[in-house]
Design a protein around this ligand. Structure first.
Ligand code: 1CP
Length: 350
């Protein structure tokens, strides 16, 4: 039986003492769950799942019915913003996201509208309200958006790519176009997260999956600075200032010190850095989230329990730890191994 806890995550985010660290998993709802695959087949496609609040609610709650998780995360995608900007998103079977139009010129950027959240993206706040109604305060709900840079990668490339060379070329060849796009996405992302907060999410997270592809100088200039503006906007608005913000840049461990200055409440850390080393570098000012390798979940429950024990021992009794993976769950992950991870974190609970 799952024993829900509504305070662990929020306390950890404030670096307050908790009985055991909170645990949730990036992409905790998704294709490794048979009940997700069944609902997606019924819906027909992924976008329909996102855009139908009832279905998005059902998918959000699925992992909580199986595992003793300390948070729910809104089921949606980071590409809803460019879709609402008119780029024409579709998800081809086995190919990932694909846009009808892509961004090449300053004119393309200038013609992009900033979507009205309750209007063009209304299905997202509607899903938030529905999920919160169903959750009834059992666990907090995390809302999210992509970082402006990561969303720009897809808008410039037009689809997924292993290293987003077209977007990185733009950073060198036409930085004024990239800067204009990031500025627009920064405004759209602020409005989008504000819409989620006003609808009731308890925490927000920025996913900067592709920040680590940039040169150190470009990371600060294009990725971190636009996230920092989103954070500053939310923290300076009285209607959103109280909501904790988690910032996650994948493959960007060299930038932890700079990220810690962003104003965010927590940093997501991937598996390329030891969590204790990360804490030493950022100091006791910010919460850390991570950082088990998603590939670990393809080993055995015994090895997973040991890895969790090592992580908790290495961290010690410090406040401000959220146990998670260093990136999303892989789609063929065995369910019993996810169970082993979650219960190992909570084992010490009295
Ligand atoms: O059913 C399917 O085939 C769709 C697979 C899928 C899922 C389950 C996609 C398409 N998006 C999602 C949900 C999703 N995406 C969540 C749900 C909440 C959760 O349970 O955690 C979140 C937070 C995201 C965010 C997201 N989408 C990111 C950032 C996080 C990350 O994992 O790096 C990115 C890069 C995307 C783009 C995207 N959407 C979907 C896919 C397969 C991708 C990645 C494509 C690529 O590799 O470039």
């Amino acid at each position: 039986m799952t024993q829900y806890n509504n305070t662990r995550l929020l306390k950890a985010l404030k670096r307050q003492t908790v009985d055991v660290p909170p645990v949730w998993l990036m992409r905790q709802a998704g294709r490794y769950l048979p009940e997700y695959r069944a609902l997606r087949a019924k819906a027909g496609d992924f976008l329909t799942l996102c855009q139908t609040p009832q279905l998005a609610t059902e998918v959000t709650l699925q992992p909580l019915q199986r595992f003793d998780l300390d948070a729910a995360i809104l089921f949606s995608d980071i590409l809803t913003i460019p879709h609402a900007m008119g780029l024409g998103l579709s998800f081809e079977e086995g190919e990932g996201p694909c846009f009808k139009k892509r961004i090449e010129t300053l004119r393309d950027v200038k013609s992009l509208p900033i979507p009205e959240v309750e209007d063009e993206l209304g299905y997202v706040p509607e899903a938030v309200r529905m999920i919160q109604h169903e959750l009834q305060g059992r666990v907090p709900l995390i809302g999210f958006a992509g970082s402006p840079w990561t969303v720009a990668c897809y808008m410039i490339e037009g689809r997924s790519h292993k290293n987003f060379i077209t977007a990185r070329k733009m950073a060198h060849q036409a930085p004024e176009i990239l800067t204009a796009l990031l500025e627009k996405l920064m405004k759209a992302t602020t409005a989008y997260l504000k819409g989620q907060i006003l609808a009731g999410v308890d925490v927000v997270m920025l996913f900067d999956t592709w920040g680590g592809l940039l040169t150190p100088a470009h990371y600060e200039l294009f990725s971190l600075s636009s996230m920092q503006k989103v954070v500053a906007n939310l923290k300076s608005d009285p209607s959103t200032a109280h909501i904790p913000i988690i910032l996650f840049s994948k493959g960007a461990a060299i930038h932890l010190e700079a990220m810690a200055q962003s104003g965010a409440d927590a940093l997501g850390v991937d598996w390329t850095v030891a969590l204790s080393a990360a804490r030493e570098r950022v100091g006791a000012t910010i919460c850390l989230q991570g950082n088990l390798d998603p590939a670990l979940l393809f080993s055995t429950p015994q090895k997973i329990r040991l890895a969790v024990k090592n992580l908790l021992d290495e961290w010690g009794s410090h406040p401000g730890l959220i146990v998670n993976l260093g990136h999303g769950i892989e789609q063929d992950t065995p369910i019993e191994n996810v169970q082993a991870l979650v219960s190992a974190v909570h084992e010490k609970r009295g």
